[in-house]
Design a protein around this ligand. Structure first.
Ligand code: ARG
Length: 297
């Protein structure tokens, strides 16, 4: 007890580590697909912390797989190259020239930056495009008319990812896909991550977002729904509580869990160390979606 007073802070830290123990055991060898985008990718400090979290996950025995988004770099590059985009119903038309720039920024800049940071922190990361090894095969997405080289994922071939995981690497994937016509398509990064998680039968699919999680009251940021089962999530999907960008995100999570991913998590990427807090604490910090009632695990 005397020790407790004197070393109070240190003991509190040790207790946090001990809280992680059952999860380190439970998730040993588990695959965790992380969609990394938004603010967590822009703010340098947070970026570094996300990278540290990912490397830590690897060192304690999990298998993180990173899928990243585009971020503002694509628009900046299009602007600086004076490439003007056409829009149809608010959606950018990805013509051949635009697609070239998108691919260049995704694979040549963003992907490489993430790989470098992970390596610098002590991970062994390899960057690949969804085109590599035909990881992502797409067809032109015509749901919103012809908006150019925007792809709908038709096939996912995870051999290349498995190979990397077997050898201890952290795969970092850019959301490009090869078309059945041999051309390059841009695919939505959330969808790509979800589909890869399904194909890998991942333990977790984690979306790092710019929101706290799913809110039960849209006007109250503290009303995060901590865990929700599939049926309830589907019901919620049909209500006005799910708006804007959350609609496709929740859809992605529901689909991933329906197709074999154990848990999907929507967490706040703006929060420092949100990955560790979600995975290694009992409460987590965002919304966790699972197949059925899972209060007891
Ligand atoms: N750390 C545990 C897990 O990853 C529990 C997470 C709980 N998260 C939540 N949002 N309620 O499975």
């Amino acid at each position: 007890m005397i020790k407790r007073q004197k070393y109070g802070d240190e003991i509190a830290k040790a207790e946090i580590l001990i809280e992680a123990l059952p999860y380190i055991k439970k998730f040993s060898g588990a695959t965790v697909v992380i969609k990394y985008g938004g603010n967590a990718m822009i703010d340098c400090k947070i970026k570094k912390m996300v990278m540290q979290d990912i490397v830590l996950l690897k060192y304690v025995g999990l298998n993180p797989v990173v899928v990243h988004g585009g971020g503002p770099d694509i628009n900046k590059m299009l602007e600086s190259l004076n490439i003007e985009s056409k829009f149809i119903n608010g959606l950018r038309v990805t013509d051949e020239k635009t697609m070239e720039v998108v691919e260049m920024v995704l694979t040549g800049k963003i992907n490489k930056e993430i790989v470098s940071m992970l390596n610098e922190i002590g991970g062994k990361a390899i960057g690949i495009s969804g085109k590599d090894g035909k990881l992502l095969v797409a067809e032109k997405d015509t749901a919103n008319g012809d908006i150019g080289f925007v792809g709908k994922i038709e096939e996912v071939n995870i051999d290349v990812i498995k190979m990397m995981l077997d050898k201890g690497f952290i795969p970092v994937i850019a959301p490009c896909a090869v078309g059945k016509d041999g051309k390059t398509y841009n695919v939505n990064a959330d969808t790509a991550a979800g589909r890869i998680a399904e194909a890998l039968k991942a333990e977790k699919f984690i979306l790092l977002t710019d929101v706290e999680g799913i809110l039960s009251d849209v006007n109250d940021k503290s009303s995060v729904i901590s865990r929700i089962d599939l049926d309830a999530a589907k019901e919620l999907m049909a209500t006005e509580k799910i708006t804007g960008g959350m609609i496709p995100k929740l859809k992605c999570c529901i689909q991933a869990v329906e197709n074999g991913v154990k848990r999907a998590h929507i967490i706040d990427g703006r929060l420092t160390h949100s990955l560790l807090l979600e995975i290694f604490t009992d409460e987590g910090i965002g919304t966790m979606i699972g197949k059925e009632c899972f209060d007891d695990d």
